[in-house]
Design a protein. Structure first.
Length: 203
C-alpha cells in the first residue's frame, strides 16, 4: 500500500502528492517569507548523487517536485536496515532511504542567506510530534532536532519558492509526519549544498 496524502491509499506505483488548499489557520509561520535561490527547472528531479551512501533503488519521480509536493512509498520499505535522510539544498529536495531503498522524496524550504541551513552530517538528537519553538515562537510539528541551537527538520504551514526558514528544513506537514514515523533518534540527516563533492561516510 502506498500512502497518498493524509487519507487516500492506493495499491499502485508510488503516487505524487500535490499541495492542497487547507482551511486557513491562525498559526504563525516558522519564519517570514524571504527570497532565496530557486533551482532551475532544468535541474534533474533525481536524488542527490553522493559517495559513501549505498543507494540500491530510487523512486521513479516523473517531474520536478513543486512546492508542497512529495512522493511516499514507505509501506513497501525494507523492514530493517539503516535509515538515512539526505537533503539537497540546491535541488530543494529531501530523500529518505532505508537499506539503500528510497522510500520518500519531498520538496522543501531552507534557510535564507542571513540564517543559512548548515551542511554536514547530523544525528537526530530529539523527536517531538507537537513542538512549539520558544526561540521563534512558532509551531514546528513533527520536529527532528539536528542541533541544540535551533536547527531542525519539521513540518511547515506554507511552502513556496520565495519562502525561507531561519536555518531549519521545512517540509509539507503530511510528509513531515510520515518521515517522523520512520526515523529514530540517532539516525543521520545529511545536508548537502548540492554543488560540492561530499563523501557521506566522512561527513
Amino acid at each position: 500500500m502506498f500512502a497518498v496524502g493524509a487519507a487516500l491509499l492506493f495499491q499502485s506505483a508510488p503516487q505524487l502528492v500535490s499541495a492542497t488548499n487547507p482551511a486557513p489557520q491562525a498559526v504563525p509561520a516558522p519564519a517570514p517569507a524571504q527570497h532565496v535561490h530557486t533551482a532551475s527547472a532544468e535541474t534533474p528531479a533525481g536524488t542527490p548523487r553522493l559517495t559513501g551512501i549505498d543507494v540500491r533503488q530510487e523512486l521513479d519521480v516523473p517531474h520536478w517536485l513543486g512546492p508542497g509536493e512529495y512522493v511516499w512509498a514507505g509501506e513497501t520499505a525494507p523492514a530493517e536496515g539503516e535509515t538515512i535522510v539526505v537533503v539537497n539544498l540546491r535541488a530543494r529536495v529531501l530523500s529518505v532511504y532505508r537499506a539503500g531503498v528510497e522510500i520518500g522524496r519531498s520538496s522543501l524550504i531552507y534557510g535564507a542567506d542571513n540564517k543559512p541551513t548548515p551542511t554536514g552530517s547530523f544525528p537526530i538528537l530529539q523527536k517531538r510530534a507537537d513542538h512549539w519553538s520558544n526561540l521563534y515562537d512558532a509551531p514546528m510539528p513533527h520536529m527532528l532536532r539536528l542541533t541544540w541551537d535551533g536547527v531542525a527538520v519539521h513540518g511547515s504551514p506554507a511552502l513556496a519558492d520565495d519562502m525561507a526558514t531561519r536555518g531549519c528544513v521545512g517540509l509539507p506537514r503530511d510528509f513531515a509526519r510520515l518521515l517522523f514515523d520512520v526515523v529514530n533518534v540517532g539516525d543521520r540527516v545529511v545536508i548537502w549544498d548540492g554543488e560540492t563533492a561530499l563523501d557521506v561516510s566522512q561527513a
